[in-house]
Structure formats: C-alpha cells, structure tokens
Write a protein that binds this ligand. Structure first.
Ligand code: TXA
Ligand code: MG
Length: 320
C-alpha cells in the first residue's frame, strides 16, 4: 500500500527525495508515462522495485537525471551527435544509450556496458530529481510503473491500480496529472557511429536526423535487451485485435472519423495523432475496467508519432 499525494508542494518533493535517498520507492509523473523510481545507486531499493513490478532482475532500467552535469557521471565516450540530441530534446521524451562509467552498476545496466539516460520534461519530475541531487543523489532509476508486461500507467490512479498491492506504506505515488505524451520515450542507441532507434517514441527518426545531421540506421545489435521489445508487452487483460471489426459488447479504439459498429463500446475517438498517443493506454485500461473480453484497435496512419503508436498496438496484440 502507498498513498497518492495529489498536492505536490516543494515540501512534499523534498520529502519524496529524502525517501528515495533512504531506500524508498517513489512513483512520479513524466510527460511520457509514470515511472516507479528508486535511487540508481541503491541495489536493495532497485531489487525491491523489480519485485514490485514483477520484472526479471537482469533487465536494465533507465536512469533519470536532473541536468546535464549528471551525464558525465554515468556515461563516457559520448559522441557529438548525442550531445546534439541532448541539446535539442532534453528535457523530453528521449532516452539515450551510452557507454557506462563504473558508476552505472550491473543492477542498473542489466550487466551490459551501456547505460540508459533520460531527462524527463515534467515539472514535478525535474524538481524531484533536483531535490534528490541536493541530497547527494545522482540519478533515479525508473521503469514504467506497471506490472511486468502490462500497460504503462499515464495517471497516478493507474499506478495505484497496478502496484498498490506490492508497495510498502513508506513508498509514495506523486500525482502530476495525466501524462501529456502518453507513450514511452524514444530509446536511441548512441554507442555506434550512427544513432539507431530501439523503441520508437515522440522523438522521431526525422527529428533525430534533423538535429544531428547524420542518418539513423537500423539497429544491428539484436543482443541489446529492451524489455519493451518482448513480443507481448503493453498488453491489457482483454484480447486485442488490430482491426475495426468490433462486434456488440466488444471495445473499439480508432480515430474519430471511424464509426462505432452498433453495440460496440467506443473506448476512445482521438482527433489527432497526439491525442491518440495520449489516450491509448487509458483507453486500454478503460476496456479492462469495463470487463471487455475483446478490444479492436484501428491503428493510425502515417509517420512520426504514429510509428510509436503502431509499435505499441502491435505489442498489445502480441504481433510485435
Ligand atoms: O518514457 C519512458 O522511457 C518511461 C518513463 C518512466 O521514463 N520509462 C520506461 O521504462 O518506459 P521501462 O523500463 O518500462 O522501459 C525502458 C526500456 C526497457 O525496455 C529497457 O530494457 C531499456 O529501456 N533500457 C534501459 N536501460 C537500458 C540499457 N542500459 N541498455 C539497453 N536497454 C535499456
Ligand atoms: Mg515499461
């Protein structure tokens, strides 16, 4: 059990930072999805965070940082194009994989030589990370605040629904409103001559090429483990079909110009790609809440953020 704190004053954030520093877990909002945070240098706290998620212990976890000072603490041999990406997209929905320093221990990197870093664009997250830094902390390890394989939470209530049975009374859930992006950060491998995208997100290939002046290549190292790359992930309880053939009593998620078949339950009708991303996970949760056995999803067309949405839809349907 852990309570939701909805009025996150600076005092609350200070206390949450203190909690992290002494081994507590703090779920916090980001612009992508909510994360469940632990001190990235505290192996016991991270072990408990993995248990709360029900996630295998050898998975790497993203280290969230307050500012650019922390980059050199965690990473080395940083290519120029990664610096350009940090300049253009941090704070923001982007995670960079870089060569680790010895500060990034195996329990954070999943025994790999690379570390994942992200500076989130959410006032509460940045202030929490800033307060944590004042206490001598260097980064907060945070995966999405859901049980392993389940849909990422985009509200504090969804975090509570996922994890309340596993959290301890000392742990905290900070409420920062619904996440504005709604799908997880773009993960970019920056350990090669050219960047490659391991998980699509709101920072798109076109944006990366524009920022860095070099081309994005396909990942060649299939050994890099990205847990979101498991076939079934981001999955609700309901069975997901990638089509619009919703029958009576089944759920439908599709752009607003697509009509709801008679008797089907419309779970979301976004009018833009951004709204599609922002509402996808809450719509999947909504279907589960209503006890629907089947959800049909018509994926959005086009490039950019639509690529990330289709990726998550395919995984929710185990087609990834
Ligand atoms: O938007 C996000 O990235 C959210 C918010 C909370 O920041 N976090 C998130 O974390 O989605 P998670 O753990 O659910 O997904 C992060 C992915 C995982 O698939 C993990 O395997 C990969 O990033 N990852 C993290 N560090 C890595 C590393 N050192 N090497 C390879 N993959 C890494
Ligand atoms: Mg996740």
């Amino acid at each position: 059990m852990a309570s939701i704190i909805s009025q996150c004053s600076l005092d609350v954030l200070r206390q949450a930072a203190e909690n992290l520093k002494t081994g507590g877990l703090v779920a916090f909002p980001t612009e992508t999805v909510y994360g469940i945070g632990a001190d990235a240098e505290n192996s016991e706290a991270i072990t408990r965070m993995y248990a709360v998620k029900g996630r295998p212990a050898d998975h790497p976890v993203i280290v969230h940082i307050a500012d650019l000072d922390a980059v050199d603490y965690w990473a080395k041999e940083i290519p120029d194009y990664a610096i350009a990406l940090m300049r253009d997209f941090w704070p923001g929905p982007m995670t960079l994989l870089l060569q680790r320093t010895d500060k990034a221990q195996d329990f954070v990197t999943g025994n790999q030589e690379i570390v994942g870093l992200r500076m989130p664009a959410h006032t509460l997250a940045l202030n929490l990370l800033g307060e944590f830094k004042k206490l001598g902390g260097n980064g907060v390890a945070a995966p999405s605040a859901n049980r392993y394989g389940a849909v990422s939470p985009t509200t504090a209530e969804a975090v509570s629904a996922e994890l309340k049975d596993y959290l301890e009374p000392r742990d905290q859930i900070l409420d920062g409103g619904p996440s504005l992006v709604g799908v997880e950060s773009t993960i970019i491998d920056c350990t090669k001559d050219n960047p490659s995208i391991l998980r699509p997100g709101a920072v798109t290939a076109e944006m990366i090429e524009e920022s860095t002046g070099i081309i994005v290549v396909e990942p060649d190292d299939k050994k890099v483990r990205v847990s979101g790359s498991h076939k079934q992930h981001y999955a609700p309880q309901a069975k997901v079909y990638v089509d619009g053939a919703a029958k009576s009593g089944e759920g439908l998620i599709a752009m607003s110009d697509i009509e709801t078949p008679s008797g089907a339950v419309r779970l979301s009708a976004p009018r833009s790609i951004e709204e599609y991303a922002r509402t996808l996970y809450s719509a999947l949760r909504g279907g589960d809440k209503e006890g629907l056995g089947v959800i049909h999803i018509v994926p959005p067309q086009g490039e950019g953020l639509a690529v990330a949405i289709r990726d998550r839809i395919n995984r929710a349907a185990s087609l990834g």
